[in-house]
Unconditional design. Structure first.
Length: 491
């Protein structure tokens, strides 16, 4: 990549022994992303101004880009060079060679909000450095005014940074924070996959998790309802990386689903499959990682599914250090591409609570914005059923669901509501007059935490009531409950 001299902006830069805070790669990434996709300018405007760029060349380029956008012109290296030439700023902007190389090595889809936050933060730190230097110089002058300097110092120390991230300020006073209206995080699949978020699917082997990932991949290509239950507001472009299964098996499953009514309207252009490569795959290997980045960027993926974790990570998942490095690499994948990242992982703590069920370090469920657990698989003839529970840290979690796989049916892969046991009447018969949440867990054959969530649902519906506080216990585990006298036979 061509280089240009760094002209340090601002007042009296010669007094600083160290270079002022800056990140040129983040600045280049923002400009290059806009040249690749003009829609990135809207995201950049939320986070940075031209003055926030450290390199003067970048400030000239960003201002010219902004002018092109306001005039309704296409933004590319040709139109940008032409406008800068008309303004007599082309040399000051680094010249045509520098501008043409801003997109070199850059993925098609980059995390403009993340890089904008970096640039804005560095700009805020530079402003603080200038202000601190000004105060220092004034304190050393003869006849320095203590009261005036104290006021300036107090103002500088309490001034809120003007840097922003995703359109929001980076820091607030407590009063400002309480008054701020924060938007609800947007989801690619409502309640399940946050936009530019992270998710982990946890299941024992042969619990239909790969059918599920294939289902949401195909179903989310069009706006509407997936498998009768999950909502998609906009079409989602998904990069499916089914490393666990051989390509022929994935191909067979896909053909089976495409012949059913559930997936008759799939938009093939919104799906890309990256099957198991010869020799395997290691996401911690930089060569493999860069290849994946390039494929995701070229496809402009909104969502990347890695199925399964043990096939893409060759380290020790039980090691806190190695699993933390894995989480950082997955975050890096998300930040650079701007895509949501979902990993499929195995369970090794049978019937454990959703946040404790996954194999390996607790770094993994801690990393995921959403954890999706598959459990209690049932076989009824040709139909397979598995219970799905979701823990979403960014939005309201969907109610537990039952996924049904029945290739003989028109709705071959569908999601249904779970009736607690076979209905309230059957549950009442199992539990008797008075019972505890532990009794409910045994009757339903689920973990206590799962039973507690169902108990809260029944309490809210007025189906049951508490009849005794019980002794001290986690989440009122020893409290006693009974069904209300007006409970119907069905929930």
């Amino acid at each position: 990549m061509a280089t240009v001299p760094i002209d340090r902006p601002g007042r009296r830069p010669e007094v600083f022994d160290k270079s002022l805070p800056h990140n040129l790669e983040a600045e280049r990434s923002i400009l290059g992303a806009i040249l690749l996709d003009n829609r990135a300018l809207d995201e950049a405007r939320k986070g940075v101004r031209a003055e926030d760029f450290f390199l003067p060349q970048h400030r000239y380029i960003f201002r010219a880009i902004d002018e092109l956008a306001k005039s309704g012109s296409t933004i590319d290296s040709v139109t940008l060079v032409e406008l800068l030439t008309q303004q007599s700023h082309l040399d000051a902007a680094g010249g045509p060679a520098y501008i043409s190389q801003l997109t070199d090595g850059l993925p098609r889809l980059t995390s403009v909000p993340h890089h904008s936050a970096i640039v804005a933060e560095k700009a805020a730190l530079r402003r603080m450095a200038y202000e601190a230097h000004d105060i220092l110089q004034r304190t050393l002058e003869p006849g320095a005014d203590l009261a005036a300097l104290s006021k300036q110092f107090a103002a500088a120390s309490t001034q809120r940074s003007t840097a922003t991230s995703n359109g929001h300020k980076l820091d607030y006073s407590l009063a400002e924070f309480l008054e701020e209206q924060f938007p609800v995080p947007e989801h690619l699949i409502e309640g399940l996959i946050p936009r530019q978020g992270t998710a982990m699917i946890v299941a024992m082997p042969h619990h239909l998790k790969s059918w599920f990932t294939l289902g949401i991949t195909l179903g989310s290509t069009i706006a509407g309802t997936i498998m009768g239950r999950l909502e998609v507001k906009k079409p989602v472009r998904t990069m499916l990386v089914p490393i666990e299964d051989y390509p022929g098996e994935v191909q067979w499953r896909t053909r089976q689903l495409l012949t059913t009514g559930t997936f008759k309207d799939v938009d093939f252009s919104c799906v890309r499959v990256l099957p198991r490569p010869p020799g395997g795959f290691d996401i911690m290997d930089e060569m493999y990682f860069q290849t994946l980045l390039r494929r995701i960027g070229e496809f402009k993926a909104d969502h990347v599914i890695l199925d399964v974790l043990r096939r893409v990570f060759r380290g020790d998942i039980n090691s806190p250090k190695e699993s933390a490095a894995l989480c950082e690499q997955l975050d890096r994948l998300r930040d650079i591409t701007g895509a949501a990242v979902t990993i499929v992982h195995h369970e090794n703590r049978k019937e454990a609570d959703i946040m404790r069920a996954s194999a390996g370090s607790y770094n993994l469920p801690g990393w995921a914005n959403v954890v999706i657990q598959f459990k209690r698989k049932m076989q009824e003839g040709a139909a397979s059923r598995v219970e799905i529970e979701v823990d979403n840290k960014l939005a309201q979690s969907p109610e537990p669901m039952l996924m049904v796989l029945d290739l003989a049916a028109d709705a071959a892969l569908r999601l249904e509501s779970i009736e607690d046991s076979a209905g309230v009447a059957e549950l009442r018969e199992k539990l008797g007059e008075e019972w505890t949440v532990r009794d409910m867990a045994e009757a339903l054959d689920v973990h206590k935490a799962n039973a507690y969530r169902r108990l809260k649902k029944l309490l809210g519906a007025g189906v049951i009531e508490k009849v005794g506080k019980g002794k001290r216990g986690q989440k009122g585990g020893l409290a006693r409950y009974c069904f209300t006298s007006n409970t119907s036979s069905e929930e």
